[in-house]
Design a binder for this molecule. Structure first.
Ligand code: ADP
Ligand code: MG
Length: 502
C-alpha cells in the first residue's frame, strides 16, 4: 500500500483470502514500472526513491530501503503485473521464493498489481506463528484504515474472501473519511485543529471536550502522513483536556507536517515509532494548540513571538510591605545592615552572564512555544556562521531555515529573548565583529544583555525574590558585565545620619 501511495495512485484495491494467508493482492493505478524496473524491484536494497545520498535526510516517500518487495517475494509465490503507461501493454513477472521464474508481456492499464500467494509456503515454522484468519484480517484492516484516514482523496477498497469490507469513495477531508470508516456521530463530535509555524504544521481532529466517552474509536498520529505511535503526542493531547478528561478517552486523528530532516523515522524497523528532534517543544506546542482548539484555557495563550516563561507573570500579586519594585525598574530589599537597591536589568544581565560563562552546563535551553524566525542581513548571517557552533552551549539553539532566514528554537532558560531581542542580538554581533572584538567572548555578553529583563518591566514578587537570590549567588554581584553597578547599598547608619539621629 505504501508503494502504491508512493507511486501516486488514487485508487487502491486490497484483496485478501484467509486473512491474507493464501492471498494478498494490492492493485493500484499509480506510475507502474517498466519491464527492467520490475525485475530490479524484487532485489534486496533496490529502490527507485533515492537519487543521491542527500535524499536520505529529506525523503518524503514511504519507502527507500528497497526491502518490502524483496522480503515478501522471498517467502511467497509472487506475481507482479505492471505498466508504466497507457499503452495497454505491461509486464508480468512471476517470482517464487525470491527467484524470478517468468517474465512475460501482459495486457493491463497503467499501474501495478502485486499478488503474494501462500505466504511462508517455504518457511513452515514462520507460518505456524500466524494467528487466526480473523485476527490477521483485523490487523490488515486496521493498517489500511490508517492509510485511508491520511489519504482521504484516495479510493480504498478492501475485499476479504470475496466480501467487500469497505469501498471508500474519494473524500475531500479526513473528517468525511472518519464518518465513512467509523460513524457519522463520531465525525460530528470532533473539533478541528490547525496550527502552523515555520517548523511544524499540526492539523487534524479531536473529540470535543463536551462529548467525551469512556472508549475511543480512533486514535491516530501521523508524521508526514506516516502512521506512527508517539507517546509524547498522546500525553500532550490528554493534557490539553485538563480536568475535563476524567477517565474518558478522546478520539483523535492528528497530522504533523515537518521537515523530514527533523524526524528520526528509522529507529524502528517497521518505522512505526518516530522521535521528534525536540519532544519537549512538541509536547508544549501540541498541548497548547489542542486546548485552544477545544476552547479551553484561553487565558494563557501567548503571542507569536513570546516564549513559554515558566513562572508566568499573569497573576498580579500584591506586594508585602518589606521586599518591592520602584518605577518597574529597581528592586528594593531589606538586608541586615540596611537596604539595597537593585537595578533589575543590570542584575539580570549579571545573572545570565555568569550562568552562561561560569557554569555553562547549568544553562538549560528553554523550548519556545513559537520558534522565532528572523531574516538576517548578509553581514549578520556571516557573523552568525562564526558563532553558531557556540550558541547551543549557552542555551540558544538556532538553525538555518532557508536563505538567510534563521529559526530560533530555544533560548537560555530564564532569559527574556523575544523576537526584538534576537534581532538586536544579531545586529550587535555585527558591531562587535566590525570593531574586531573577540566575537566568541562577546557573544555571551551580548546575549546576557539582550536576554535580560528591561527597565520598565513589572515583576512579580516571586520573580523579584528569585532575581535577588540569583544575583547574590553570583561571583561578582555588584556590577553588570559592562561594569555598571547592579546594586547600591544604603546602611542604617547612613539613614540615621541623614535624619540627624546621630
Ligand atoms: P522501497 O519502497 O523502499 O523503494 P520496495 O521493495 O517496497 O522498496 O519497492 C522497490 C521498488 O519497486 C520501489 O522503489 C519502486 O520503484 C518499485 N515499486 C514497488 N511497488 C510499486 C508500485 N505499486 N508502483 C510502482 N512502483 C513500485
Ligand atoms: Mg516500499
Amino acid at each position: 500500500v505504501e508503494n502504491s501511495l508512493d507511486a501516486g495512485a488514487d485508487d487502491i484495491r486490497i484483496e485478501l483470502k484467509a486473512g491474507g494467508k493464501t492471498l494478498i493482492r494490492v492493485t493500484d493505478n499509480g506510475s507502474g514500472m517498466t519491464r527492467e524496473d520490475v525485475q530490479a524491484a524484487i532485489c534486496r536494497h533496490a529502490t527507485s526513491k533515492l537519487a543521491g545520498i542527500d535524499d536520505l535526510r529529506t525523503l518524503s516517500s514511504f519507502g527507500f530501503r528497497g526491502e518490502a518487495l524483496a522480503a515478501v517475494a522471498a517467502v511467497s509465490r509472487m506475481t507482479i503485473e505492471t505498466s508504466p503507461d497507457e499503452s495497454g501493454e505491461g509486464t508480468r513477472l512471476e517470482v517464487e521464493a525470491g527467484d524470478p521464474v517468468e517474465v512475460a508481456v501482459t495486457g493491463r492499464p497503467r499501474g501495478t498489481t502485486v499478488t503474494a500467494r501462500t505466504l511462508f509456503f517455504n518457511l513452515a515454522p514462520r507460518r505456524s506463528f500466524l494467528k487466526s484468519d480473523s485476527y490477521e484480517l483485523k490487523v490488515i484492516v486496521e493498517t489500511v484504515r490508517g492509510y485511508a484516514l491520511a489519504w482521504p482523496a484516495v479510493r480504498f477498497t478492501v475485499v476479504a474472501d470475496d466480501r467487500t469490507l469497505f469501498n471508500l469513495p474519494p473524500a475531500a477531508t479526513t473528517r468525511e473519511r472518519i464518518a465513512e470508516l467509523y460513524d457519522r456521530r463520531v465525525a460530528e463530535a470532533l473539533v478541528e485543529l490547525r496550527v502552523e509555524n515555520p517548523l511544524l504544521t499540526v492539523s487534524g481532529y479531536l473529540s470535543d471536550h463536551t462529548q467525551l466517552r469512556a472508549f475511543f474509536d480512533v486514535q491516530m498520529v501521523y508524521f508526514n502522513r506516516r502512521p506512527v505511535r508517539s507517546r509524547v503526542v498522546t500525553r500532550a493531547l490528554y493534557d490539553a483536556y485538563g480536568p475535563a478528561l476524567g477517565s474518558n478517552r478522546p478520539n483523535f486523528v492528528v497530522f504533523f507536517e515537518t521537515d523530514p530532516a527533523r524526524l528520526d523515522v528509522n529507529i524502528h524497523p517497521t518505522k512505526e515509532e518516530v522521535r521528534f528532534s525536540d519532544e519537549r517543544f512538541l509536547f508544549d506546542f501540541l498541548s497548547e494548540a489542542a486546548s485552544k482548539a477545544l476552547g479551553l484555557r484561553r487565558g494563557t495563550q501567548t503571542g507569536a513571538d513570546e516564549f513559554l516563561f515558566q513562572q508566568t507573570m499573569t497573576t498580579e500579586e500584591s506586594l508585602p510591605s518589606g521586599f518591592w519594585q520602584v518605577h518597574n525598574s529597581y528592586i528594593m530589599a531589606q538586608v541586615t545592615t540596611g537596604y539595597i537597591i537593585v537595578d533589575q536589568h543590570a542584575a539580570h544581565e549579571r545573572v545570565l552572564y555568569e550562568d552562561m560563562l561560569g557554569t555553562r552546563r547549568t544553562v538549560q535551553p528553554q523550548g519556545l512555544l513559537f520558534p522565532i524566525t528572523v531574516e538576517l542581513s548578509p553581514e549578520e548571517h556571516e557573523a552568525w556562521e562564526l558563532v553558531r557552533g557556540q550558541l547551543p552551549e549557552i542555551g540558544l539553539e538556532a538553525h538555518a531555515f532557508s536563505g538567510r532566514t534563521v529559526v530560533i528554537e530555544t533560548v537560555p532558560a530564564g532569559s527574556f529573548l523575544g523576537k526584538a531581542e534576537v534581532r538586536e542580538f544579531f545586529a550587535e554581533l555585527v558591531r562587535v565583529r566590525r570593531a574586531k572584538g573577540n566575537i566568541a567572548d562577546e557573544v555571551v555578553k551580548v546575549m546576557a544583555c539582550k536576554g535580560a529583563i528591561k527597565a520598565g518591566q513589572k515583576l512579580s514578587q516571586q520573580e523579584m525574590e528569585s532575581l535577588v537570590n540569583r544575583l547574590f549567588a553570583c561571583r561578582e554581584p555588584y556590577f553588570c558585565p559592562h561594569g555598571r553597578p547592579a546594586v547600591l547599598r544604603v546602611t542604617v547608619e547612613e539613614l540615621d545620619r541623614k535624619f540627624g539621629r546621630t
